[in-house]
Ligand binder design. Structure first.
Ligand SMILES: Nc1ncnc2c1ncn2[C@@H]1O[C@H](COP(=O)(O)OP(=O)(O)OP(=O)(O)O)[C@@H](O)[C@H]1O
Ligand SMILES: [Mg+2]
Length: 476
């Protein structure tokens, strides 16, 4: 599987030519043959000047080199000058320099001036190929990351015009680039994950991974192996070696969501990892260095948990270097309409239509609501109301229809309540099906105010059948 992927990636990289530049005809020919044999298209030039002319001519025909492989010492425009001229171009390809044996000083200078790598003479075929592949791969990753960053940047934009949200955006700009740990607090649906991702995107780690760990969703006995990974055979069920979330987040941000629910045993280990910047896999004794920035979030009162001794004070300090608090939506009503328009615009863009508009009375209604489910509830309310909108306008009646259906209906992806088990954390398919069914019937029943008859009608089920289900899941 991994091999297949590598192949596809290589093929993509091979679709664009490599420009080989050397004044020595023998080397030029040898490189050309080697690369062609490997499936690359090859352009050649005898010196820097000819190389630049070739790049210009090809560009005029709409073609670009994927990479430039150039000798350092050449008459006229030499390798370093070529490097600079190439790097100054738009969509500059990576440049690999070939230096004379032992000419390390120049090679280092080349790297400082932006060369992707350097090769020493005499050239060894395999080394040449590996170096080229690596440079192409790195270049492609960098491109994908910046593209991804643009997309994600839009998707995780922190919208709102209230004083609180403006201040928060400024704080993110300021704190984002720092390495300090951030603790985000706020009620459900206030935007804690949006803030966590914005911090990541505002940091120098933006191109690195963003790894979310929902501490509440992992059973206590598995949390250590989830966070730190394990070696094969380290406990019953550890069939494979597994990389933990800390390692996966290396070079990026680790988002510890619902940190208040982290079991006591894991708290000590997390603290140690944050202090030493090292982790140990379960069943292994080696320390593995990790470079991560930690952002944690909770809707619980951690300070109280500390008082009640369910959360370690030292870990609290470690995580709470920079506290960011998200006010409930009802306390920042100036955000409501900008958020509403933002959600409608995104929904419009997704469906390729002009965004729905809000009638004046609908806007007024939106401003009155208390939003116990905060921004998530507003978003769901609009999505629901959009279904009934006519003529491109959401009217107050459309909102009322959703509001009348009750809280369960207006917050379909509400966080799991007490006694509700997350289907996606199920161990087996059977367990998944059971949990999903239980959740489905509970939510539907709630949406109908506990009225079984109405629920059965809505679901198109026989009432007796529904009762059986409700009994089975203890919902009656
Ligand atoms: N300021 C905002 N701008 C744009 N979208 C937002 C904003 N705040 C919240 N959202 C959207 O609202 C929804 C809920 O936000 P998010 O998941 O970040 O909340 P949360 O605080 O992590 O909630 P929970 O405690 O339930 O995990 C998401 O769809 C998110 O994209
Ligand atoms: Mg969240």
């Amino acid at each position: 599987m991994a091999q297949d992927k590598a192949h596809v990636a290589q093929d993509k990289d091979r679709s664009k030519p490599i420009l080989v530049v050397d004044d020595d005809g023998d080397i030029r020919l040898a490189l050309e043959m080697l690369l062609q044999y490997e499936g690359y298209e090859v352009w050649t030039a005898r010196d820097g000047k000819e190389a630049l002319a070739r790049l210009d001519a090809e560009q005029a025909a709409g073609r670009r080199a994927a990479l430039v492989l150039t000798d350092l010492k050449m008459p006229g425009v030499d390798g370093l000058e070529l490097l600079e001229a190439v790097r100054a171009r738009e969509h500059a390809p990576p440049v690999i320099l070939i230096s004379g044996h032992g000419d390390v000083a120049t090679a280092v200078e080349a790297m400082q001036r932006g060369a992707a790598n350097f090769l020493e003479k005499p050239l060894v075929d395999n080394r040449v190929l590996v170096t080229i592949r690596h440079a192409l791969h790195t270049e492609r990753l960098a491109k994908e990351n910046s593209g991804l960053r643009k997309q994600l940047g839009d998707a995780w934009e922190l919208v709102g015009e209230s004083a609180a949200t403006r201040a928060l955006r400024a704080q993110i700009e300021q704190v984002g680039p720092a390495a300090a740990a951030v603790l985000i607090t706020g009620e459900n649906g206030t935007g804690k994950e949006v803030v966590a991702r914005s911090l990541h995107l505002a940091s120098a780690r933006a191109a690195g991974p963003f790894v979310t760990v929902n501490c509440a969703a992992i059973p206590a006995e598995l949390i250590e192996s989830e966070l730190f990974g394990h070696e094969k055979g380290s406990f019953t069920g550890a069939y494979e070696r597994r990389v933990g979330h800390f390692e996966a987040a290396n070079g990026g941000t680790l988002f510890l969501d619902e940190i208040g629910d982290m079991p006591a045993g894991a708290q000590a280990k997390v603290l140690r990892a944050l202090e030493t910047h090292e982790i140990t896999r379960v069943g292994d004794s080696r320390d593995i260095p990790v470079d991560i920035r930690v952002v944690a979030a909770t809707n619980a009162d951690l300070a109280r948990a500390v008082e009640e001794k369910t959360f370690r004070l030292d870990l609290f300090y470690r995580l709470n270097v920079v506290p960011l608090h998200l006010a409930p939506l009802r306390e920042r009503r100036d955000d409501v309409l900008p958020l509403a328009r933002h959600f409608l615009e995104r929904a419009g863009a997704r469906s390729g239509r002009a965004p729905l508009e809000l009638a004046a009375d609908a806007e007024r209604r939106l401003l009155e609501l208390d939003y116990p489910g905060n921004v998530r509830q507003l978003k769901n309310l609009l999505e629901g109301a959009s279904v009934f909108a006519e003529g491109g306008v959401i009217r107050v009646e459309d909102l009322e229809r959703i509001l009348a259906a009750g809280p369960a209906m207006s917050v379909p992806d509400a966080p799991l309540g007490a006694g509700e088990a997350d289907p996606f954390q199920a161990r087996t398919f059977e367990e998944f099906k059971d949990r999903s069914e239980a959740l489905f019937f509970r939510r539907k029943l709630d949406a109908n105010g506990g009225n079984v008859k109405r629920t059965a009608e809505e679901l198109g089920m026989q009432r007796s059948h529904l009762y059986k289900k409700l009994d089975r899941y203890g919902l009656r």
